[in-house]
Structure formats: structure tokens, C-alpha cells
Design a protein. Sequence first.
Lengths: 198, 191
Amino acid sequence: MGVVSTLSDSDLISESLSRPDAFGEIFDRHFDAISAYLRRRLPMSRADEAASEVFLIAFRRRQDFELARESARPWLFGIATNLIRSSRRDELRRLRAYAKSPVESEPDHSEETIERADASQARPALAEALVQLRREERDVLLLLSWGELTYPEIADALDLPIGTVRSRLARGREQIQELIADSGQQLGRDDQGVESGG
Amino acid sequence: MGSGSGKHLDQRLRELAADVAPADEETRIAARAVLTEEIEVDKSGTRPRSRRRPGRRLLVAILALVVGSGGLAVAYEVEWIFRSDTDPPVYSLDPLDPEAAEQIQGAIEGGEKYPATDGDVSYCRKQQAQQRVDASCALTLEALEAGELDPVPGPISTVHLIPCGQEPGRGEVPSCGGPITEREIEEALSR
């Protein structure tokens, strides 16, 4: 890997229009984050292919990137989200795999341990709740928690008003709480009541 | 961030996927190589072969199941005849692997026009990344992009649609229309 430049993503993409090699640094900067996100949402083999595709698509469409944006991160996550949408069955299989993760038994009864045990017991219900969620809410929730995007970045990635992001987050959280409650599980001690995300 | 309960849920979600391993260096290098190749194509001004559907004629599709714990391809005598010039396409399925056959057959009966397994899609996406999409994968990818294809689970299978000597430079496929040989599958996989 070469020397990391101090140019912004926007500058690099702009430069790549005349000097395509410059786009390589966009890959170097963002591949790990995109790959990690896709590996959480898709089966491993598909996730790795999709991560590669994200950067191919981005490169081919780089002239569409709005240069007023400083960072390419939301744009790349948006492309990744579109790829996940075209792999619905893969995604659901991945989520259901979380539900099958073993529940650990805890030997002692400290408060922390009890909460950890509760959380562990709730894993299958939480995973199944994600499966049941509408895609719109699931995307927003997981871009936040697994993609570690901010609200404005999510809005940018999905091309939504930020108010819609907030309402989808609130709705998604509420539905998850209801689905988990229906399953007879709970997420932990302080999961009572849900407020709007903003 | 919103409420405490929202944070609590986000924390639980993060924990759910906390054990997912990051991509290894080999995966990263491979992905970077694919991008570099695309950049070179862009610089040379030559566009990759179109991924649009090629002229539709009779295609004979041969389903080969690739299994093996070591990743070694083991071919079963599986034949999947596929006519794309009819609507809906006509399929004839005579596989020796009942589980995979059931998956594909179920997809056909469910109205799937272009049934494929996850493995098939993976195979075609690899071609796409390499910009060497053959006629059969062009159909698969186009159907996928159009939302007309919902791959069935099938991690051990891959579909090879081998045109019967119709593609320039490809030459005759000796067993076209009949059971595919192990050697032909290996050749297809190496393309």
C-alpha cells in the first residue's frame, strides 16, 4: 500500500475522473468497514464478493458521486445496502444463523452475569425479530448498529430525509421490542418502553 | 441517539454480530486486484463484454454439482436442459443428487423462471467480477438484477450453462445435451 494522501474522499474521486488510479485509495480507506458490515449481514462467501462489487460499482459510477460530500463512506454503504437487497434470501439465512448461535450457561449469579445470560437467551429472538422486520427498518437499524453510521450518514446512504431515518429507527426498535416480548424473552433489565429515536 | 432503551437495543444488536471475523488479508488483496483490473480496463478505454442478455437461442444447460470437503470438484451425471427461447423457459431435470434436485425443482414449480442456487449465483458473480460473463451467467445475472431470481440454498452446487458450440472460440462441447464429464466441469470452472 502506498503513502496515504491527505486528500478528502471527494478530492480523490474527483481526481479519479482524470486519473483512475486515484480511486484505489478509496478502496484502501473504506474496504474494511464495508467488508465488516457485509459480513454481518450476508453469508461469508457472498459478503466477500459483495464487498468487492461495492467498489467496482462505485468506481464505475464515480462520476455520479456528489463532490459536495466530503466522505464517500455513506455512498459506499448505500451501494452495499442495495446489494444486500438483491440478496434477500442470503441475508435472511445469515440472520437466522445468528438465531442458532449457542446460548451460554453462566455459573454465577451476579447482576452483570444475570443480564449477560438474559441477553444471551434473547439472541435467537432478537435474530428472528430482525428477520421479521420490514427491510426499510432493518436497513436503518443495522446501518446504525453494525455499520456504525450516524443519522446524517444513514440519511445520505439511503437518500432519505433525516426525519424518515429517525422514524424508521423508532418504528424498528418498537417492533423488535414487541416481537421479542411476544417470544417471551427480554433483552435485559432496561428494555422497558421505547421512545422515538428523535 | 435516542432513549436509553434504544441504546440498549443497539448494544444487543452489536453483541449479536460481535463474533463475525473480519476479512483476511487474502480476501482484501483479491478484492483490490479486481478493482485494479477494472481501473486498468477504464484506463485502456476498452469496455468489458456486455452483460446484457445475448441473442437468445436454444441453450442447453448442464447442471453440475460440485461437492467435496476439500473443494475438489466431483461431478455427478446431472443434466438440466434449459430452453430460453420459450416463455417460460422449458426445463428438464434429471439429477442424481436428490436434495439439490428438489431445491431446483421446487423453484421451478414455484414459478421461478431462472432457478439457480446460491452457488450458481456465486459462480456467475465471480465471472462478473472477472468481466468474463458467459451467455448462461448473463441470463442468471440479468434475472438477478431484475429481481426475477431468488436463489435457492445450495452451497455445494454450481450451474454451468454450456452453449453447444454456439459461442465463437469456445468450440464444440462434446457432451452437449448429455451428461457432463468431470473433465468438462473442471474446464468450465477454470474459465
